[in-house]
Every structure is written in structure tokens, then in C-alpha cells.
Design a protein around this ligand. Structure first.
Ligand code: HGY
Ligand code: MN
Ligand code: MN
Length: 415
């Protein structure tokens, strides 16, 4: 047995990092929100780089705003990471756990004095949650970030990405410079909470991800007439909200009928222009999200939803505009990384379960240029994207040790 096989993460250190990071961006009422490039995100970035530097790890930001801690030979590198941005009113573990576990791996590797043939990068990818651009940082790293998208991106609340990047000290016009050269990433492995109920219900400690869903976001707006709500008879109205409701109801049924058990359709943003109880709603905006592990099916369902929107709009005498806002492609995880994770878990005496991911992750973007894999740990009650998202410390420790041993195997692997 090689000496590195007995290396383990330090739970006290990881725990203190998780607790400290979860305080950055948390309001007195408990709301934890850290959008990419916001003041709280930049505070978290400075804190993370401070933790890297104090452990003797080289810390830097790339041109897109990813934060990277490096140990060992420069290239090629095994890369592990996730994100430190959150959804609005999010939880303390989504993304943060993967970044802080990768940091802990870097610390253990650095302190051990071993010298594997490959280096290691612990990365916080910027804007995974897509406040501005879905998976912006990982897209930039693999060279699929569209510079036009960067210049045009706005958040759902109207914030402008270029302004936020500039304020944070980045040049938006150079975001795509973060692209890495071919072969620089030897392999990628990401640790994440499952964010669903499967592992907990099976009472299994470790998930090995086989594939990750693709998703497409669409902007759909129904336009009617803003007439008087008291004087306009029901049959003479052009009520954009009623049309939008009928569309949502029918789109859901269409997705259930034509999709798979893994298909998801969600309308997470709904905006009404008039905002008055006595005006017939004249303009309703919907953000539609469709997901499945089968990318071709996602594409077909999106097209079908647009046809349906036109049909419903005609029935309600409305007009409708629609178009794709953003997307991430479905991806399969590399068999060799899945096997590596399995081996690492087995060596630690932990049972694994192969499973798909219904959540999106930076791993599916990195998979375009390198062998990628993901490790899941159970989520309490399957809860995530909410403030009571949690996982027991023991399970977090086990996951972080599987990550460490997977990373070490990949750093020593030949080929
Ligand atoms: O939306 C997602 O699936 C992920 O949490 N970013
Ligand atoms: Mn998330
Ligand atoms: Mn996440």
C-alpha cells in the first residue's frame, strides 16, 4: 500500500471552513444569498484565497473570475471544485461543500510532502447558479463561453454582469481568456450533496454519478390588453395571465406524457407587468426550465412548448414571444473516473450507488474537455436550494475522504 493511501481529511478544519463560509452573505433573518460578483461573493472569494494562502497553496483568480488554489506540478492537473455562489435564500452546502472539500484535499496533499506526477487545482467556478450566465466559470475554462453573452447578461433582477465584474476588478471583455489549453486538465472530480432523496432513502453513503441532465431555459412572454377589470366582460378580455396559466398547465401535461421519469419542467420566475388588482393583466413573463438526461428529448420538448405557447395564445387572442435564454448540455461521466471513485470508496469501506444527477453541475461542462466524475453524499430529507439544506458531518467527512482518495488515485494514474 502506497503511503498516500492512508491520508485522510481533517474534519475539524473542513467543518470550521463550512461554518465560516456560510456566514458570508447571511442576513440577520437567516437568508444566505451570494450571487456571483456581488459584494458578498467577493468577500467569500477573498476569504477563500486567504485560506489557501495560509496553507501555502498558490491562490489566483483567472480572467473569468474562477478562483484556483494550486499544488504540485503545473500541468497537466487533476482538478476538483464546485461553486461558492448560491441561489437566492440558499443553503450552506450546495457548491460550498465541494469547493471546501477540494481545498481540504489541497491542504492534505501539500502538507503530506508527497510528489505525484500530476498537480492539483482546487477551483471555485464562478456563477454556477446562473444569476448571470449558467456555469459561466466552467464554460470559460473549457472555451465554450460566448463573449457576447458576457457583454449582454443581466440577472433576473436587472443587474448587469459587466458592471458587477468591473466593480469586482475583472475585465468582462477578457472573460474568455480563462480557456485552458487542450490536455491541461488530466481529470476532473467534483464532490456535491445529492440535493435529492435517493441516497438517504436507500441509506447509502456515497453516490457515483453516471450522467447529468441537460437543461434549457426559455423566456416566454404573453401579451394581452390592459383593460378595466370591472367594466370589461369576461368574454371580451385579452387576459395574458389566464393564457399563461393554461399554457403552464398544458405544458406540464405535455412534458409528463412525452417525457421520461427524469423529465422536469418548471416555471420558477413569473412576472406580471401591470401589478394592479383592477387592470386585466396585459403582459406575463415566464422563465421556463426543461431538464432531462436525454439532450435530444430536452430539445424536442422545448420546441413543442413553443408550439403550444402559440396555440394557447391564439385561443386566448393573445400574442406571444419566446426564445432560448440559456442552457447546459447533458453529459455522461467518464467510466474511468466512476471506477476510480468506486475503488476509493471501497478502500474506505463505503458502499456506493450509481445514479444520475437531476441537478446541473460544473462537472458536465468540464466533461467536454476532460474525463469527469462526481461523488454525491446524501441530503437530509432530500432538501436543497433552501436554507434548511443539510447533511450530517459524518457523511460529509466520508464524502470528502472519498474525494481525497479519488484525487490521489487520479494524480498517480498513468495515461
Ligand atoms: O440548477 C441546478 O441544477 C444547480 O443547482 N445549479
Ligand atoms: Mn444549486
Ligand atoms: Mn451546486
Amino acid at each position: 500500500m502506497a503511503a498516500w493511501e492512508s491520508l485522510r481529511i481533517n474534519l475539524d478544519r473542513l467543518r470550521s471552513d463550512i461554518e465560516n463560509l456560510s456566514k458570508i452573505g447571511r442576513a440577520p433573518d437567516g437568508n444566505l444569498t451570494r450571487h456571483a460578483f456581488s459584494p458578498s461573493y467577493e468577500e467569500a472569494r477573498r476569504w477563500l484565497k486567504g485560506r489557501m494562502t495560509e496553507a501555502g497553496i498558490e491562490a489566483r483568480d483567472d480572467a473569468a473570475g474562477n478562483t484556483i488554489g494550486h499544488v504540485g506540478p503545473a500541468s497537466p492537473c487533476v482538478v476538483s471544485g464546485s461553486h461558492i455562489d448560491t441561489v437566492p435564500d440558499g443553503g450552506p452546502l450546495d457548491g460550498a461543500f465541494g469547493v471546501l472539500a477540494a481545498l481540504e484535499c489541497a491542504r492534505v496533499i501539500k502538507a503530506s510532502g508527497i510528489s505525484p506526477p500530476r498537480g492539483f487545482d482546487a477551483v471555485a467556478f464562478v456563477d454556477e447558479e446562473g444569476h448571470f450566465v449558467n456555469c459561466m466559470g466552467s464554460k470559460a475554462m473549457v472555451g465554450v463561453l460566448d463573449q457576447g453573452d458576457v457583454m449582454a447578461a443581466k440577472s433576473p433582477t436587472g443587474s448587469v454582469l459587466t458592471e458587477f465584474m468591473t466593480k469586482a476588478g475583472f475585465d468582462p471583455a477578457r472573460a474568455t481568456d480563462a480557456k485552458r489549453r487542450k490536455g491541461e486538465i488530466a481529470a476532473y472530480v467534483e464532490l456535491h450533496i445529492e440535493q435529492g432523496p435517493v441516497l438517504e432513502s436507500k441509506q447509502l453513503p456515497i453516490g457515483v454519478v453516471e450522467g447529468i441532465v441537460g437543461l434549457i431555459h426559455s423566456d416566454i412572454t404573453f401579451y394581452g390588453e390592459p383593460d378595466h377589470a370591472g367594466t370589461t366582460p369576461m368574454d371580451l378580455r385579452k387576459d395574458a395571465f389566464t393564457g399563461a396559466c393554461e399554457f403552464v398547465y398544458k405544458a406540464r401535461r405535455m412534458a409528463l406524457r412525452r417525457g421520461t421519469p427524469r423529465t422536469r419542467i418548471t416555471y420558477g420566475i413569473v412576472k406580471s407587468k401591470s401589478q394592479a388588482s383592477n387592470i386585466v393583466p396585459r403582459e406575463i413573463y415566464l422563465r421556463q426550465e426543461i431538464r432531462d438526461t436525454d439532450q435530444a428529448l430536452v430539445n424536442r420538448l422545448v420546441k413543442a412548448s413553443y408550439r403550444l405557447a402559440e396555440k394557447v395564445a391564439a385561443e386566448y387572442r393573445l400574442t406571444v414571444k419566446y426564445g432560448q435564454a440559456s442552457g447546459i448540455k447533458a453529459a455522461l461521466m467518464a467510466p474511468r473516473v466512476q471506477d476510480t471513485i468506486d475503488d476509493a470508496a471501497k478502500a474506505l469501506g463505503l458502499v456506493t450507488h450509481r445514479m444520475p444527477s437531476g441537478a446541473g453541475h460544473d462537472a458536465q461542462v468540464i466533461a467536454r474537455v476532460a474525463d469527469a466524475g462526481m461523488i454525491f453524499v446524501p441530503s437530509e430529507g432530500g432538501r436543497s436550494h433552501r436554507r434548511d439544506e443539510w447533511t450530517d458531518w459524518k457523511l460529509l467527512e466520508q464524502g470528502a475522504n472519498v474525494l481525497l482518495q479519488s484525487v490521489l488515485r487520479l494524480m498517480h494514474a498513468s495515461g
